[in-house]
Design a protein around this ligand. Structure first.
Ligand code: AKG
Ligand code: FE2
Length: 361
């Protein structure tokens, strides 16, 4: 038995495999190579477009480029910080850092959101670590107070945020090129130094209690921002089998079923958010997804994930962008809605009590 101080419940090398049984139908997602994207490989770029016009989800092979390696190693280091926070800090201390007053950074305790019309409570804890505060120069003012554990690891969160943001923008560059959109239209709305809702989300879901109970950890949602870089080690994430471009309702609005997304070692899971649907007038899809406890034997382990949300800068304007592959829309020549306001509206549409919980969803 390891000594209490070295004990860890995050032990990827010991996890049982994802069950191969028809009881757990999985989704087939394309695998895209970050290396090839960065080398402007034409066939790979076409596959990125196809994946984003379809489900809006794909695996990204991170091996090779420096940013990919930063995510691969960094995600495990981030989970170790998450584990110390989630399992080591008393609840009343954690609640001092709760998300509140429309600020989406900080702690969300288990059960603070409703996952269905019956009012069932969620089963996941998160901690949203804001990008701007982590990349801030020492001594610069911050958007909020952070626990010492997070501040002690500021360089880790800064490096992780920069790498994930950079990867997200490289994918957005590809999509812009393929759709004939001026890449600057997207880049200028996602400058890393500008204030934005970008954050690293640390999540912990407890082990499954029973085989039958759904125990929803994160209810059905589409991400609000532009693009998401997700690292997870255990099953639990599911995508809705049919793509839908409508935003905002808790339940899927087209017939289909939930399909499991099998974690793939060495790969991130990339998905588009609602801002990308807006920018492209619905040409691209923000896939609907949710998280339930891991299947089969995997469900005996607590489940951690590390999510980076790339979002438009707070003061950016959201509207359909001009491009040869984008059908014209009424809002193209309008000023567009302020990103900060857009996120707030999306959160409210999802029935959130506070903005924070439901960027959350
Ligand atoms: O934990 C996961 O695998 C996905 C989490 C997620 O979808 C989210 O936090 O938006
Ligand atoms: Fe999500």
């Amino acid at each position: 038995m390891p000594h209490a101080e070295t004990y860890t419940e995050f032990r990827p090398s010991e996890y049982p495999p994802f069950p191969s049984s028809p009881d757990f139908p999985t989704v087939e997602l394309s695998t895209i190579s970050l290396q090839k994207i960065l080398a402007h490989d034409a066939a790979e770029e076409e596959r990125v477009l196809e994946a984003c016009m379809g489900r809006g989800f794909f695996y990204l092979d991170l091996a090779g480029p420096e940013a990919g390696e930063t995510i691969l190693q960094g995600a495990e280091d981030v989970v170790r910080v998450a584990e110390r926070f989630m399992t080591g800090v008393p609840e009343e201390e954690k609640l001092k850092y709760a998300m509140r007053d429309g600020v989406l950074f900080g702690y969300k305790c288990l059960g603070s959101t409703v996952v269905d019309k019956a009012g069932t409570r969620d089963m996941a804890e998160f901690f949203n670590v804001g990008k701007n505060d982590m990349i801030a120069e020492p001594g610069a003012p911050m958007n909020r107070e952070w626990p010492p554990l997070i501040l002690d690891n500021k360089p880790l969160f800064a490096a992780y945020s920069r790498a994930a943001h950079g990867i997200g923008l490289s994918i957005l560059d590809v999509l812009a090129r393929k759709l004939g959109i001026d890449g600057e239209e997207i880049r200028s709305r996602h400058r890393i130094t500008e204030q934005a809702g970008d954050h690293v989300r640390l999540t912990r879901g407890p082990p499954r209690k029973t085989l039958e109970m759904p125990e929803i950890q994160t209810p059905s949602h589409t991400d609000f921002g532009t693009i998401t870089v997700l690292m997870n080690w255990l099953g639990g994430l599911q995508v809705w089998s049919e793509s839908s471009r409508s935003l905002g309702s808790l339940e899927p609005d087209v017939p289909g079923e939930w399909l499991w997304v099998k974690p793939k070692p060495g790969h991130a899971i990339i998905n588009l958010g609602d801002a990308m649907v807006k920018f492209t007038n619905g040409v691209l899809c923000s896939g609907r997804h949710r998280v339930i406890p891991s299947p089969g034997e995997q469900g005996k382990w607590p489940r951690y994930s590390v999510v980076y949300f790339v979002r438009p800068e707070d003061s950016a304007r959201l509207k359909t962008l001009k491009g040869s592959g984008v059908p014209p829309a009424k809002d193209m020549d309008e000023e567009g809605v302020l990103a900060k306001e857009w996120i707030f509206q999306q959160a409210r549409a999802l029935g959130s009590k506070e903005l924070g919980d439901k960027d959350k969803k």
